[in-house]
Ligand binder design. Structure first.
Ligand SMILES: [Zn+2]
Length: 367
């Protein structure tokens, strides 16, 4: 079973979301104390819980945002390191389910937010793929170039737009989901931006698409097109790159900042034609009146071995078991704490709820 978190795609001020049992297990990873700057500051926070096991990655991304802030004069680093630090346990008054509601930074390269977006995109792509018998993967590349990364991305996006407008292409590819991927060559040091698309339509001759792409892109003939075999792998692949088109940890800080800057304000995935209705970041509707804010995550986390209520809340959250009636009654008596502890957070907190994507159900329904 895959956990799916819901939240908006665009960068915005922190919004809390209600989350399922986290994918990360803090007890499964041994974290070196010298690598835990964020965790030392935040103690038993939800952020610490989520970053366990990926501290090196988080620190690299934090350093890149810090460097980018130095260049731009912005304050995204501060926003990044506060992501998920404010969190509360919430209880569903009807189902008695326990989840965590937290504020997130929504920055594109934040490892926690990227994971949440990835699971949403994966589920939505899988749902779309389920109805497609002949989906194919189309890969569009550019000729190797030492040009600026931003300039290359501009060209790639412009050529792709032109390709989608071509009458013959439109007749064989009725629509699809596209996502951008970026790599840097270890041999020539060049950036290799390319586009992947999950497409539907009738049979499309690879040679003809390649010729068309060569004409549009002024000499980039390499086009790969193949049938999608494993739907689950395809959905997970798309989900991963639709939200984070590049692994910043593999790049030095200067390159990482160039990537962040080049992708800033750009979409890195989208849909067109017959797949237009697929929303890669769609959150599900929920009734916020059903959820009651219980206790701060930090308080439960720090007392989960000694306080009976904290032990039970933690257990119900981790196991998915409903909370006992007597504890629910006590929690309902607790006045919810205000969300905006930081006076600089002017935006009223909204809440989102996640749902779970069940692959076993997906396959049992004729896939
Ligand atoms: Zn974040």
């Amino acid at each position: 079973m895959i956990n799916v978190w819901y939240q908006e795609e665009a960068e915005s001020d922190p919004n809390p979301i209600i989350e399922p049992e986290p994918i990360y297990d803090p007890y499964a990873a041994s974290v070196h104390p010298l690598q835990t700057t964020v965790q030392e500051i935040l103690g038993s926070s939800y952020r610490q819980f989520l970053l366990a096991g990926q501290v090196k990655r988080a620190k690299h991304i934090e350093a890149a945002y810090r460097l980018w802030d130095d260049i731009t004069g912005q304050a995204r680093y501060r926003k990044l390191i506060r992501c998920k630090s404010a969190a509360y346990f919430v209880v569903n008054k009807i189902t008695k389910e326990v989840r965590v509601s937290s504020q997130c930074c929504n920055l594109r390269w934040c490892p926690i937010c990227a994971k949440a977006k990835q699971t949403i995109a994966t589920a939505n792509v899988a749902t779309w793929l389920k109805t497609k018998k002949h989906a194919r993967f189309l890969t569009l590349t550019l000729e190797h170039s030492k040009g600026s990364l931003s300039g290359q991305i501009d060209l790639l996006y412009a050529y792709f737009k032109r390709l989608r407008k071509d009458p013959w292409f439109r007749s064989v590819v009725t629509g699809g989901i596209w996502f951008f991927q970026l790599k840097k060559s270890n041999t020539d040091g060049c950036w290799h931006p390319h586009l992947h698309c999950l497409v539907e339509g009738s049979y499309a001759d690879q040679r003809r698409i390649s010729e068309l792409w060569r004409a549009i892109s002024h000499g980039s003939p390499i086009v790969d097109i193949r049938h999608v075999g494993n739907l689950k792998k395809a959905a997970q692949y798309v989900g991963r790159y639709a939200t984070a088109p590049c692994n910043l940890v593999e790049l030095d800080l200067t390159d990482a900042v160039e990537v962040i800057e080049s992708m800033h304000g750009r979409r890195c995935s989208g849909t067109w034609g017959s797949a237009k209705s697929v929303n890669l970041s769609k959150s599900c509707e929920y009734d916020e009146n059903e959820w009651h804010t219980a206790y701060a995550f930090v308080w439960v986390s720090e007392n989960k071995l000694t306080d009976p209520d904290c032990i039970m809340i933690w257990h119900c959250w981790r196991s998915g078991e409903p909370i006992p009636d007597d504890l629910l009654d006590r929690i309902l008596d607790v006045k919810p704490e205000p969300w905006n502890n930081d006076p600089k957070d002017e935006r009223k907190a909204d809440e989102y709820i996640q749902r779970e994507f069940d692959w076993s159900t997906f396959y049992n329904n004729g896939n």
